[in-house]
Design a protein around this ligand. Structure first.
Ligand code: ADP
Length: 557
């Protein structure tokens, strides 16, 4: 008992090492994974990445839209009439229908202004033209110098000739956004400075310019493709949330990320979102998928560790059984050898005058050497089976004869030990094909166990009867019995029940594993029925024609 406790203690550090070496890193991996995902979720890290990414997309988009606006305005300014030809403004407007008003300023109080002739039938538009000209004239009278300096600077630094800014007008009681383009027309000189300009109407911006520019910025939009979320864009005024213009796939709602236009379209805002979904949805989806993957991985890892744990536990148990086996076997070898030596020496001295005593000593020597050879036979059989070299010599056999013969030489000894011995052998048994020696040794192993593990009630029964065309061989005792939990394990190699009653009995833990191997090699089975304290019954079932040519090799125990 004390010994096995010591051993169990020495197993603990190994299990502890296993837990530390495998389970701790795995647990740390899982905890770190969950913590990391929770941080991502809490800090809205994925949303932040999208926001940053979209801010960059918007900055690039703004640059491209600005570039397009300059291109168009430069092109139109190149066709603008000479500073001295204010009368040609109308012709310019006819060839540029997208422009609402145009003007040329040639000095204080000298402003020529024209509105798109096509639309002059609309009194509101005509009025707007008038207002525009009455606003722009005094403005340039006052600030022409600043304007000219600004335009020269732009030309010198950026190579552009035009300056574009916003121009708000009220139409239908609503503020409308227009773009005002200002430049120095041909004919403007240092002595006679001139300023020219025109206004792009809000309709043109919202129906033509921005939709085209946005679709150029997002070239691969496909209205029918809903398989993945596409980015879509819109432009709105800072005061109004309804879009002024949007890219073709815009599906309503509000943009997720916005950026105010800095230079060309002050007062306008560029927005982006994902079609059919939101960044929060995508982030949720990602985090959920990551949790699922982590969960699946953790399960796999848990399963793997369970397998590894069971394997390690089994290996440890086997190692313990092996070390028990070595100490048991050495003990079992030493005792009979010591006895043989002691009695042989006594006889050798020739001092024993009592012939009865001498006879007794001879008997002890014979019995002990028989015990030795049966133990050595078991070990040899076991080693042959383990190395796959065990061969059987199957012969048609009268099992009744075999059992009777095997037990005969033991009957006397068994009865002398105080055992009640009952042997029931049916008369109409079929012949079966067996390895005589292997079956005889299996029977002896069972008989030896019955004798070894019977403490108070000494009974041994051997029954042989016909069963399903074959034969059943039973060995019955009224000994210490085996608990139900232990019953499946006793057929494993080296296994011995850890019970003080068993511990005090010598044994190697090989006997039953050999019996099972031999019986299975005959195509049969060995079973046990037992109740602790009431005894056990081992039943060997041999089928009718046991595989006559079987060359069973290898150990299955
Ligand atoms: P051992 O050399 O220990 O007897 P075995 O393989 O023959 O090895 O038996 C394995 C274990 O099964 C024994 O240690 C014992 O605990 C239990 N056992 C076997 N036969 C009996 C029996 N007839 N009664 C009670 N326990 C038994």
């Amino acid at each position: 008992m004390a010994k096995s406790q010591v051993r169990r203690l020495s197993e603990r550090p190994r299990m502890l090492m296993f837990m530390l070496g495998v389970m701790l890193p795995a647990a740390a991996f899982i905890v770190a994974g969950v913590w990391h995902l929770r941080t991502i979720q809490r800090d809205k890290a994925i949303e932040a990445v999208f926001q940053r990414e979209y801010q960059q997309v918007l900055a690039i988009a703004e640059k491209r839209i600005d570039g397009r606006a300059y291109e168009i305005a430069e092109e139109a300014s190149a066709r603008f009439p000479h500073a001295s030809q204010g009368d040609k403004l109308e012709g310019f407007l006819v060839s540029h229908p997208d422009i609402a008003h145009a003007f040329v300023w040639t000095g204080k109080g000298h402003l020529e202004s024209q509105s798109q002739p096509d639309r002059m039938s609309n009194p509101e538009f005509a009025d707007e033209g008038k207002k525009f000209s009455s606003m722009i004239g005094p403005w340039f009278d006052l600030e022409s110098k600043d304007w000219i300096a600004k335009l020269k600077k732009i030309e010198a630094m950026e190579g552009r000739h035009v300056y574009i800014t916003s121009n708000w007008v009220t139409r239908d009681d609503k503020m409308q956004y227009q773009s005002l383009v200002v430049f120095m027309p041909r004919g403007s000189t240092a002595e006679h400075p001139a300023l020219g300009g025109f206004v792009y109407d809000t309709d043109y911006l919202s129906n033509k310019f921005f939709p085209q520019a946005l679709n150029e910025v997002l070239p691969n939009q496909n209205k029918n493709d809903t398989s993945h979320p596409q980015p879509v864009m819109m432009v709105r005024t800072a005061k109004d949330h309804t879009p002024l213009a949007a890219s073709i796939c815009w599906d309503g709602g509000s943009p997720e990320v916005e950026r105010g236009f800095d230079s060309v379209f002050p007062g306008l805002i560029l927005g982006i979102k994902l079609r059919g979904t939101t960044i929060a949805n995508i982030s949720d989806h990602f985090v959920r998928a990551a949790f699922l993957i982590l969960g699946a991985l953790s399960l796999l890892m848990g399963g793997g560790m369970l397998l590894a744990y069971r394997n390690v536990a089994r290996e440890l148990a086997l190692a313990k059984l092996k070390s028990d086996f070595v100490s048991n076997v050495s003990h079992e070898l030493r005792t009979p050898l010591a006895l043989i030596r002691l009695y042989a020496e006594t006889l050798e001295l020739g001092r024993l005058s009592n012939p009865g005593k001498r006879q007794e000593y001879y008997e002890i020597i014979r019995k002990e050497s028989e015990r030795l050879s049966s133990l050595i036979n078991n070990i040899l059989d076991f080693s042959r089976i383990e190395s796959g070299k065990k061969e059987y010599d199957f012969r048609q056999t009268d099992v009744a004869d075999l059992v009777r013969g095997t037990l005969e030489s033991y009957r006397f000894e068994i009865e002398q030990n105080g055992f009640q011995f009952e042997q029931k052998i049916d008369s109409d048994l079929p012949q079966v094909c067996v390895d005589r020696e292997a079956i005889a040794r299996s029977l002896l192993n069972l008989v030896n166990n019955a004798v070894k593990y019977s403490a108070t009630e000494k009974y041994l029964g051997v029954n042989l009867y016909r069963h399903n065309g074959g034969v059943n061989l039973e060995v019955v005792d009224h000994g210490i019995g085996i608990s139900e939990k232990e019953q499946p394990k006793i057929f494993e190699k080296f296994y011995r029940v850890s019970d003080p009653l068993v511990h005090d009995t010598k044994g190697s833990g090989l006997g039953l594993s050999l019996v099972r191997h031999v019986v299975q090699a005959h195509g049969g089975e060995v079973a046990v029925e037992s109740e602790p304290g009431r005894g056990s019954k081992f039943i060997i079932t041999l089928p009718p024609q046991t595989a006559d040519v079987q060359q069973a090799k290898g150990m299955s125990a």
